[in-house]
Design a protein around this ligand. Structure first.
Ligand SMILES: CCCCCCCCCCCCCCCCCCCCCCC/C=C/C(=O)SCCNC(=O)CCNC(=O)[C@H](O)C(C)(C)COP(=O)(O)OP(=O)(O)OC[C@H]1O[C@@H](n2cnc3c(N)ncnc32)[C@H](O)[C@@H]1OP(=O)(O)O
Ligand SMILES: Cc1cc2nc3c(=O)[nH]c(=O)nc-3n(C[C@H](O)[C@H](O)[C@H](O)COP(=O)(O)OP(=O)(O)OC[C@H]3O[C@@H](n4cnc5c(N)ncnc54)[C@H](O)[C@@H]3O)c2cc1C
Length: 627
C-alpha cells in the first residue's frame, strides 16, 4: 500500500535517538546538514535518474554519464557549490565517471608531485576543467610492480624535450579510468632515461588529445579497453589503452617536486623521499577506506530492511510467519556487517586525520611517519575493501532470491565495488607491504628501538623483543602467514579506533550504548571467526572462548530491536539506495511486481524472435513420428 510505513513498528522499537546517531554517522551536524541538502538536490532532479542504468547498452550508458557529468558541473557552478558540497554531489549522483580520476588522481598527482611553478600552470586549467586528466600508470604487462613499468621518457638535450615511447606491446598503458574516450591529458608514469641511464619511474604530464577536435595528437593511439563485469556498474567509466610513438613533450612537463632534470640533462633529487612519487596512491587509498563504509552500509541497509519485511516459516495458529531478521543465523550474518559498517566509518575518519597529519609533517620536512602512513593506508584499504566486497555479496544472499534481481540494487553495487579489491593496489600485494613493515618493526625492536603509533603495542609483546629477524630471510616462504598477520594488525587498528571513538563524548539518548554493542559485535565476531588461532596460541582458554560466544549472542539480541533504526541512521534516500528491497517504507512486494512489468522484455506480449526461433520449434515436423 502506498503511503503506509510497513517498517513503522520496527522503528518504534528503537532504544536510541536516531537523529543523534545520524550526526555521529555524518561526522558532525554541519556534515549532516550538507548531506541532507545535496542528497535532496540530486534526488529531486530527474537529470540524475539512475534506475535505468543496468538496462542501457554501453554506448548509451556512457553518453548518459557524459551528460550527467556535464550537467553536474553546470549545477556546481550555477549554485556556486563549495568543494565539500561538490564532493557530496558526486557521492549522491552515484555514478563512476572520468571526473573521479580527474579530481581524484590527476589533480592530486600534480599537487603532490609538481613544483610550485607546475602547479601554478596546470591546476587552474584543471580546476576549471579546461583540460581533463587521468592517471596513466598501469600497463598491459605490469600493474602491481610499478618499478617494472616499460614506457620510456628519454631526455633529448638538443631540443630540451622528453620523448615518450611505448617500446613493447606490454608497455601499452592499460586500465586508466577516463583515458579511453575523454581525457585530454594524462599524468603518465614512465622510466626516465638520460644519456642511456635508467633513473626509474617518474610522472610526466602528457597531452593526448587536441583541445580543438578531441582527436588523438600525432604519435598517440588511444581507446577504450571494453566491457567490464556487470550491467551498468563500472561500465560508465572509459578505462583506456594508450600507446606512444616517440611523442615529444617539453622538459618542464616532468613532475619535478621529488627529482629534477636540468637543461643540461643532469638528474637531481630533492631532499624528500623518492616514495613521494607514490603519494597519489596513498591519498586515494585513504579515500577508498572512507568510501568502504558507504558501500557496506548501503548493502546492509537494504538487507536489514528487507530482512524485517521478509517472513518465512513459523506461523502459529494462522498468524504471521517469522520475520527472517529474527532467525539467529540471519543475525549472525547480518549484524557483524552492520557493526563493520560503523567500524569502517570511524577508522576512515581516523585515517583521514592521519593523512592530514602526515601531509602537514611533510610540509615541515618531517618524513618520519610516512612508512606508517603507507602501511596504514595500504593495509586498511585492503581490509576494508575485501570485507565490503564480500559483505555486499553476503547481503545479496541474505535477501534470498530477490537479492539477485537488479532492482534489489545489490548486483550493480557488487559489480561496481568489487574492483576496489584490485585497483589502487591488489589487496594481497598491499598486505605484503604491511607485512614487510611489521617485520621491519620487529627487527628494530630487537635493536632496542621503541615502536610508536599503530605499532606501539608490538613493543609490549615480550617475545618480539627477543626476536632477531631479517626482513627478507624466509619472507617469501612465509608470505601466506605474514599476510594473515598483516590482516590481524589492521583489524587491531579498526578495533582500537572504534574503542577510541567510544571514549569521546557522544550525545544523544542511547546512542553510545548502541555503538558499544556494535563495537562488541565487531570484535567478538572476529574473535569467534578466529577462535582456532586464539586457542592454538593460548591467548584464550576454551572457557573464555565459550563466554565470548555467549556474549556475542546476547549482543545480537540487544541490537535486534534497534536494527532498522541503526540503518536509518545512515540517512540514505530511496533515490540513493536505488533498491526496491531497501525501500524506506518497506513496501516491497507491490513495487517488485510493478517493476517487473516495466522490463523492456515485457513491452510486447510476444517477444522479438518468437517468429524466427520459437514458432518453428513448436511447428516442426519431427522425422521420428514415434518420438
Ligand atoms: C556522473 C557524475 C559526475 C559528477 C561530477 C562532479 C564533478 C566534480 C566533483 C568533485 C568531486 C571529487 C571526486 C573525487 C573522487 C575521488 C575518488 C577516487 C576514485 C579512485 C578510483 C580509483 C581508480 C583506480 C586507480 C588505480 O588503480 S591507479 C594505479 C594504482 N596502482 C597501484 O596501486 C600499484 C600497486 N603497487 C605499488 O604501490 C608498489 O609498486 C608496491 C608498493 C607494491 C611496491 O613498490 P616497489 O617496487 O617500489 O617496492 P618496494 O616494496 O621495494 O618499496 C620501496 C619502498 O617504498 C615504500 N613504499 C611503497 N609504496 C609506498 C607508498 N605509496 N608510500 C610510501 N612508501 C611506499 C616501501 O614500503 C619500501 O620502503 P622500505 O624500503 O622502507 O621498506
Ligand atoms: C576498475 C579498474 C580501474 C583501474 N583504474 C586505473 C587507473 O585509473 N590508473 C591506473 O594506472 N591503473 C588503474 N587500474 C589498474 C590497477 O591499479 C591494477 O590492476 C592493480 O594495481 C593490480 O595490478 P595488476 O593488474 O598488475 O595485478 P597483478 O599484480 O598481475 O595481480 C595478479 C595476481 O598476482 C598476485 N600477485 C602479484 N604480485 C604478487 C606478489 N609480489 N606476491 C604475491 N602475489 C602477487 C595478485 O595478488 C593477484 O592475485 C585499474 C584497475 C581496475 C580493475
Amino acid at each position: 500500500m502506498e503511503g503506509v510505513d510497513h517498517l513503522a513498528d520496527e522503528r518504534k522499537k528503537a532504544e536510541f535517538n536516531v537523529e543523534a546517531m545520524k550526526i555521529v554517522w555524518a561526522g558532525s551536524q554541519h556534515n549532516l546538514e550538507v548531506s541532507n541538502r545535496i542528497s535532496k538536490l540530486v534526488a529531486d532532479d530527474p537529470a540524475f535518474r539512475k534506475d535505468d542504468r543496468t538496462m542501457l547498452p554501453r554506448k548509451e550508458l556512457f553518453k548518459n554519464t557524459l551528460r550527467k557529468a556535464a550537467y553536474a558541473w553546470k549545477r556546481i557552478n550555477e549554485l556556486r557549490l563549495s568543494e565539500e558540497e561538490a564532493s557530496k554531489l558526486r557521492f549522491y549522483v552515484d555514478e563512476t565517471a572520468y571526473t573521479d580520476l580527474h579530481w581524484g588522481m590527476f589533480i592530486p598527482a600534480i599537487k603532490g608531485q609538481g613544483t610550485d611553478e607546475q602547479q601554478r600552470k596546470w591546476l587552474p586549467l584543471a580546476y576549471k576543467m579546461q583540460i581533463i586528466g587521468c592517471y596513466a600508470q598501469t600497463e598491459l604487462g605490469h600493474g602491481s610492480n610499478v618499478q617494472g613499468l616499460e614506457t620510456t621518457a628519454t631526455f633529448d638535450p638538443h631540443t630540451d624535450e622528453f620523448v615518450i615511447h611505448s617500446p613493447t606491446l606490454t608497455s601499452s598503458k592499460w586500465w586508466p579510468g577516463g583515458l579511453g574516450k575523454v581525457s585530454t591529458h594524462a599524468v603518465t608514469y614512465a622510466r626516465l632515461i638520460i644519456d642511456g641511464k635508467d633513473h626509474g619511474v617518474h610522472g610526466f604530464i602528457v597531452q593526448l588529445r587536441s583541445l580543438e577536435d578531441h582527436r588523438p595528437l600525432p604519435g598517440i593511439t588511444v581507446g577504450d579497453i571494453g566491457m567490464k563485469f556487470g550491467n551498468g556498474a563500472y561500465n560508465t567509466m572509459d578505462n583506456g589503452v594508450l600507446r606512444f610513438d616517440h611523442v615529444r613533450i617539453p622538459r618542464n612537463q616532468m613532475l619535478m617536486k621529488v627529482s629534477q632534470v636540468t637543461r643540461e640533462g643532469k638528474y637531481k633529487q630533492s631532499d624528500v623521499p623518492r616514495q613521494l612519487v607514490y603519494g597519489t596512491m596513498v591519498y586515494v587509498r585513504q579515500r577508498i577506506v572512507a568510501d568502504a563504509s558507504c558501500y557496506l552500509s548501503r548493502a546492509v541497509c537494504i538487507a536489514t530492511r528487507y530482512s524485517a519485511v521478509r517472513r518465512q516459516f513459523g506461523s502459529q495458529n494462522g498468524g504471521p510467519e517469522t520475520q527472517v531478521i529474527d532467525y539467529k543465523t540471519q543475525q549472525s550474518r547480518l549484524f557483524p556487517l552492520l557493526a563493520s559498517a560503523y567500524a569502517f566509518r570511524f577508522v576512515g575518519e581516523w585515517l583521514e586525520w592521519l593523512y592530514t597529519d602526515v601531509m602537514q609533517r611533510l610540509q615541515a620536512n618531517d618524513f618520519s611517519t610516512l612508512p606508517e602512513a603507507h602501511a596504514c593506508t595500504a593495509g586498511l584499504k585492503s581490509l576494508t575493501t575485501s570485507v565490503t566486497a564480500d559483505g555486499i555479496e553476503e547481503c545479496r544472499k541474505l535477501c534470498g532470491g530477490h537479492g539477485y534481481l537488479c532492482t534489489s540494487g545489490l548486483p550493480e553495487l557488487f559489480a561496481v565495488y568489487v574492483p576496489a579489491c584490485t585497483y589502487e593496489g591488489d589487496n594481497i600485494v598491499l598486505l605484503l607491504q604491511v607485512a614487510r613493515f611489521l617485520m621491519k618493526t620487529v627487527s628494530q625492536i630487537g635493536t632496542g628501538k621503541q615502536p610508536v603509533g599503530t605499532i606501539a603495542y608490538m613493543g609490549r609483546i615480550e617475545h618480539l623483543m627477543q626476536c632477531r629477524c631479517n626482513v627478507q630471510r624466509g619472507f617469501a616462504e612465509l608470505s601466506a602467514d605474514l599476510v594473515e598477520a598483516a590482516v590481524a594488525h589492521c583489524q587491531l587498528i579498526v578495533v582500537s579506533k572504534f574503542i577510541e571513538k567510544l571514549q569521546q563524548d557522544i550525545p544523544g539518548e542511547g546512542v553510545k550504548q548502541q555503538l558499544e554493542a556494535l563495537c562488541g559485535i565487531y570484535y567478538l565476531s572476529l574473535l569467534h571467526k578466529h577462535q582456532g588461532d586464539f586457542l592454538a596460541t593460548s591467548y584464550l582458554t576454551p572457557k573464555q572462548s565459550a563466554l565470548a560466544n555467549d556474549q556475542l549472542r546476547a549482543l545480537y539480541s540487544k541490537v535486534r530491536p534497534n536494527a532498522i533504526a541503526l540503518v536509518d541512521a545512515f540517512n540514505y534516500s530511496d533515490h540513493f539506495l536505488s533498491s526496491i528491497l531497501g525501500r524506506y517504507d518497506g513496501n516491497v512486494y507491490p513495487k517488485l511486481y510493478e517493476a517487473a512489468w516495466k522490463d523492456p522484455l515485457n513491452e510486447s506480449v510476444v517477444p522479438d524472435g518468437y517468429h524466427e526461433y520459437v514458432r518453428p520449434l513448436l511447428k516442426q515436423q519431427l522425422h521420428t513420428a514415434r518420438l
